[in-house]
Design a protein around this ligand. Structure first.
Ligand code: TXA
Ligand code: MG
Length: 316
């Protein structure tokens, strides 16, 4: 198992040696390595068992640093970064050649984000290079929101997990790109559509699934627990699936089941997002065959939560 601790200097030393380290962010835990070092980036892909066609997000400490890795920051991107960085927003920007092909899967854009977690901000501030970091889970599985989640799945493959406690947002960053004059959301995430529209004006949402995605985070079957996830009205689903082998994932409703998880009894979407991945992981450990799920209101973070639930339910 990996060591879990709050020693930023140790994390820094490992990263400088080209090793990978799990780091906390406000969204989910990341599996970090030196983004400018091909051998470190290769280790990230190996540990996650991630296909090379799936590009990585590069984490920086501020807009000025981001500027050194991209050729241009379009006006709406600058406004979004000024408003929401540090925060759960990834911008797809035209990359400079210093970012290795492996990081971007050969694409001309690089995903850049300034994460909002005090430990990781300090780490980035002290390091002379940016950190490539995908979510710290095996490819295709649910993202980790605690150091324990990381340790359970990757603990035998990495040396150190920087412990920043449970993630405050709990769902991955929103990915935004710029196609000519159009602002495009490629992945719904911890920054809501409404928040982005308030700064960037009208945006196009292309976060739907497809078998040949621009961002593999758009892959239909992704973020998936091991148990079969079925979406619908819980009352109706309980007519079709046996209650004693079904987990129930609800927004607010209490079904008095030993296998239920209520995301937010008070109906708060931020709280629901914080709890989502812990709930999906907990179901995988319960003696059940199915996870019966109801969708949340399609507004604010509800959109990103529903997106993850739909992908968790997708067959392929
Ligand atoms: O909140 C987050 O974004 C977390 C934390 C650790 O920062 N990271 C994360 O990384 O979720 P990952 O690798 O699990 O998901 C990143 C998604 C991938 O689906 C990838 O395809 C997409 O971002 N992506 C990265 N660079 C891209 C690019 N240049 N063009 C299109 N999609 C890109
Ligand atoms: Mg991921």
């Amino acid at each position: 198992m990996a060591e879990i601790g709050t020693d930023i200097q140790y994390a820094k030393t490992l990263l400088e040696q080209g090793e990978v380290v799990a780091i906390p962010t406000e969204t989910v835990y990341g599996l970090a390595g030196n983004a400018l070092n091909v051998s470190s980036v290769t280790k990230i892909f190996e540990v996650k068992n991630r296909p090379h066609f799936d590009p990585l997000i590069v984490h920086v400490s501020d807009i000025e640093t981001a500027q050194t890795y991209v050729t241009n920051i379009p006006e709406p991107a600058r406004r979004l970064a000024e408003q929401f960085w540090p925060g759960p927003l990834t911008l797809l920007l035209p990359r400079k050649r210093i970012i290795p092909d492996l990081v971007t899967s050969g694409m001309n854009t690089v995903g850049i984000r300034c994460p909002n977690h005090p430990l990781t901000r300090q780490l980035l501030h002290e390091l002379p290079f940016p950190l490539a970091a995908p979510s710290a889970n095996p490819f295709g599985y649910v993202s980790p929101t605690t150091p324990q989640h990381v340790n359970e799945q990757l603990g035998n493959k990495i040396a150190y997990i920087l412990d920043g406690g449970p993630c405050s947002v709990g769902i991955e960053s929103t990915i935004v790109g710029f196609d000519d004059d159009v602002t495009v959301i490629y992945r719904m995430g911890g920054l809501s559509l409404e928040q982005i529209e308030a700064v960037a004006g009208t945006v196009l949402v292309q976060a739907h699934s497809s078998s040949n995605p621009k961002a593999p985070g758009q892959l239909k079957s992704h973020y998936a627990p091991a148990k079969k996830v079925i979406i619908g009205a819980i009352e109706d689903l309980l007519q079709q699936y046996p209650a004693h082998t079904s987990g129930l994932l609800t927004f607010q409703a209490d079904f008095n089941s030993p296998f239920q998880f209520i995301l937010s009894p008070s109906g708060n979407l931020e709280e629901a997002a914080q709890n989502l991945f812990t709930a999906l992981r907990a179901f995988d450990k319960m003696p059940i065959d199915y996870i019966l799920v109801e969708l949340l209101p399609e507004a604010g973070l509800g959109r990103a939560i529903n997106d993850r639930l739909r992908r968790a339910a997708a067959i392929e």
